[in-house]
Design a binder for this molecule. Sequence first.
Ligand SMILES: NC(=O)c1ccc[n+]([C@@H]2O[C@H](COP(=O)([O-])OP(=O)(O)OC[C@H]3O[C@@H](n4cnc5c(N)ncnc54)[C@H](O)[C@@H]3O)[C@@H](O)[C@H]2O)c1
Length: 441
Amino acid sequence: MNIVVVGSGYVGLVSGTCFSEMGNKVSCVDIDHKKIEKLNNGIVPIFEPGLEPMVLKNIKNGNLFFTANLAETIAHADVVFIAVGTPMGSDGSADLKYVLAVAKSIGQTIRKQLVVVDKSTVPIGTADKVKETIQKELDTRKATIDFHVVSNPEFLKEGAAIADFMKPDRVVIGSDSAYAINKMKELYSPFCMSHDRFIAMDIRSAEMTKYAANAMLATKISFMNEIANICEKVGADANQVRIGIGSDARIGYDFIYPGAGYGGSCFPKDVKALKKIAEENGYNAQLITSVENVNDAQKLVIAQKVVKRFGENLTGKTFGVWGLAFKPGTDDMREAPAIYIVKELVKRGAKVKAYDPKATLEAQHCYLKGVENIEYVTSKYEVLKDASALILLTEWKEFRSPDFEEIKNQLKKPIIFDGRNQYNAFNLEEKGFEYYQIGKN
Ligand SMILES: NC(=O)c1ccc[n+]([C@@H]2O[C@H](COP(=O)([O-])OP(=O)(O)OC[C@H]3O[C@@H](n4cnc5c(N)ncnc54)[C@H](O)[C@@H]3O)[C@@H](O)[C@H]2O)c1
């Protein structure tokens, strides 16, 4: 099949590459000319495990192309995916300007019957807007061409995106067109070899499914963080409570780790957008609002623990930070708790020495750009020298079982603030550490 994927970011690049891996001819399009130039030179601009070799292989075997010219790709396409960003607008709603700009370009350039697939996370009713936008351009051109708009929300997780895409839990397709549903079944069947993972539904339900999924996951996180905060007040241990409740199959162990709050490109903006969607439709989404409020507060809990231990004024103190990315396995720092925690410490006069296996450049050039008193180092133990404490913020594997003797020797005093509750099992108090974690006093 000839596929075009518009938007070559985390979702577009992974989807396009995985479709090409199955033998389709895929053109990945982006308006960012520098990104396209890099990709054409075999440079993958994001870190995602397993992505680079798959990109290089499929460029080499002629299945994967990169271009900034949408028009030339649309002429031969059977299916075009819209995978551009839907960032948070100033009022909290999802900003559709990129999606509708792509729809307009498709309307201007479409030559033959086409399935247009919305893969970006978009508010309910967006498929109708995409349809209207394309039709308007066709009317202007006085052209009659069949096209079918489909909602196919993406559920991949950064850090495990290739595995998620190659073996999805489900493929949700929202469409009212039998032609489009059959095309999508054809396209996705190689990804669903062991059993059928295809769930067809109406378009609005498919659009809503993505928001509901992310809101549910964010709810689990905020719920557990709230329980952790109560645990601290009443002298319970949130980690033990987690194990206690996770054993109930109706609750399960996934996504109930107390921590420094959720971040990333999806949960924060999608929770906010869902709240806005409800509001626009005359419904006050109280639970979703609380999920967001709990998370906003949670991002500062570790900084508050530091202040409680070292005082309001942190001038003259240095803190070593392990982890900047919003989660392990990615260089993505969008809405990472580290942004808020580092800024809070620096605002109080502290110096921060930070190490992340992949996200340092993102921090330096974007998310912590211009923030003074941060030094970035290239190995984890380097952050410790002369530091008053170690603060763990991202649960990268290389932080899981560190050399605690080395940490003790390097720090001024053996103090660890664990924003991810990684070291519960290590009896750090017995090893002579002051150990602060989420959900236990
Ligand atoms: N990142 C994730 O883990 C994830 C998971 C599931 C769903 N989503 C959703 O998928 C969508 C894309 O997310 P992302 O993280 O890949 O975004 P991203 O910011 O990494 O990539 C978006 C890309 O679209 C390009 N773009 C913008 N306008 C364009 C246009 N008119 N033509 C061509 N390219 C254009 C940008 O230059 C950028 O490269 C969002 O709606 C997001 O909510 C993201």
